[in-house]
Write a protein that binds this ligand. Structure first.
Ligand code: ADP
Ligand code: MG
Length: 407
């Protein structure tokens, strides 16, 4: 079980399909028993997510349109009465961690254990009481690929631990607990998209999330029924400058909004006019940021409208235009990602774009079902030619959000 999870993440190409939720939950139960010497009391699973469109908009009051992946993380848990938190993960390199409940704080524990321990600590702030916890994690979500393995871990842990404490938390609450854990305990200032997508997505739907008012709208999306497929291409590249660049882009957007006297870049829309006219007086470095955010929100709206009208194919050009905007205006792509996008489009994909924060990570590709082999091979060949790591290519069928595993 641990071998399979490691192996499927280690190499490129076209990996085995992820385990079904029930199978993954069983794997987590077995892993729990092997590590903790007794049965788990509860198992939750939560999916990774891929953002179809709406990138770098979620901290600008904008729109995002993610969907849940069939790849999930399972968290099995049981109460203890010795004051300890004992955490195991089957992921490669995730050493087991034992920490007294009372010692959990930002920085303790660190590494992977900060995510579930942070969730536990955040649940305590809303009244959950624990005397100790045993926890075991098994996952098929590629980690560090921009597919939100961190949010999957947080939200599955939040569901399992809330159950242990007898707290009746809805999906939004689980998402908020996860987000706070990521901010305060993992030290990652992420937006609101990841955890909400992981907690709230529905099968065969994308999730239109308006980060201005927090409203959620489930948009039907069944690529297969439309004769198409959504592919995720994990480039297996992540450049170190990603975190610093994220902070600088975010600060740039905030500075632009401040100079324009708006609470955020979304609110600029209320003034009417184009990104060009609205940002004409801004410093050169800030104008492209405004242009990306405003045109990206428009692309999300058009994508949602097309999907509602049943036109999956029609969104292809919006994906590719979104990529150009991220590459040229927001400047968060990288050569390895651009190679994959260009190869997919040249091989006949309907559209392709980087997804996630940028500087590596994954690409989402919309393709005719019949063209999946050709586009997949073109992407792998292009990566080979440019001497970059072999990408991992797999289909993304919109899956369900976090849930308690039956049994
Ligand atoms: P992403 O969320 O895009 O996958 P992040 O860097 O935000 O990338 O989160 C990845 C981190 O989350 C890993 O380095 C690890 O610390 C933690 N993590 C995710 N999934 C697991 C898992 N199954 N077991 C242990 N840690 C995990
Ligand atoms: Mg993450």
């Amino acid at each position: 079980m641990t071998g399979r999870a490691g192996a499927s993440h280690a190499a490129g190409g076209t990996p085995d399909p992820p385990r079904a939720p029930a199978e993954l939950a069983d794997a987590a139960r077995q892993f729990f028993r092997a590590r903790h010497g007794g049965p788990a009391a509860v198992v939750w699973t939560a999916p990774g997510r891929v953002n179809l469109i709406g990138e770098h908009t979620d901290y600008n009051g904008g729109l995002v349109l993610p969907l849940a992946l069939p790849h999930r993380t399972a968290v099995a848990a049981a109460p203890r009465d010795d004051g300890l938190v004992v955490l195991h993960s089957a992921a490669r390199g995730a050493a087991p961690v034992t920490v007294p409940l009372t010692a959990v704080r930002p920085g303790t524990p660190d590494g992977w254990a900060a995510y579930p321990a942070g969730v536990l600590a955040e649940l305590r702030t809303i009244g959950a009481e624990f005397l100790g916890v045993s926890l075991a994690v098994v996952s098929d979500v590629p980690a560090g690929a921009g597919l939100s393995s961190s949010a999957a871990l947080e939200v599955a842990a939040a569901g399992a631990l809330a159950d242990l404490a007898g707290i009746d938390a809805d999906a939004r609450t689980l998402a908020e607990i996860g987000r706070l854990a990521e901010h305060r305990y993992a030290g990652v200032p992420c937006g609101v998209m990841d955890q909400l997508a992981v907690a709230c997505c529905r099968a065969d739907h994308a999730l239109l999330l308006d980060t201005d008012d927090g409203s959620l709208d489930h948009i039907p999306l069944d690529p297969g029924a439309a004769g198409t497929a959504l592919l995720v291409v994990d480039t297996r590249v992540r450049h170190r400058l990603a975190d610093g660049a994220y902070a600088r882009r975010r600060a740039g957007c905030e500075e632009a909004a401040r100079l324009l006297g708006a609470p955020d870049l979304r609110r600029l829309e209320e003034r009417g006019g184009t990104a060009e006219s609205l940002s004409a007086d801004l410093p050169d470095a800030l104008r492209p940021l405004v242009r990306h955010v405003m045109t990206e929100n428009a692309r999300v709206r058009r994508t949602a409208r097309l999907l509602r009208s049943g036109s999956v194919r029609g969104i292809g050009p919006l994906l590719t235009a979104g990529h150009a905007s991220l590459r040229d205006d927001f400047a968060v792509s990288c050569p390895e990602v651009d190679v994959v996008v260009a190869a997919a489009v040249a091989a006949g994909a309907l559209g392709a774009r980087m997804t996630g924060g940028g500087f590596g990570g994954s690409v989402v590709v919309l393709v005719e079902t019949a063209a999946v082999p050709v586009v997949t091979e073109a992407v792998l060949a292009a990566a080979r030619r440019s001497g970059q790591p072999e990408p991992r290519v797999f289909p993304a069928t919109p899956a369900a959000g976090a849930a308690r595993a039956p049994g």
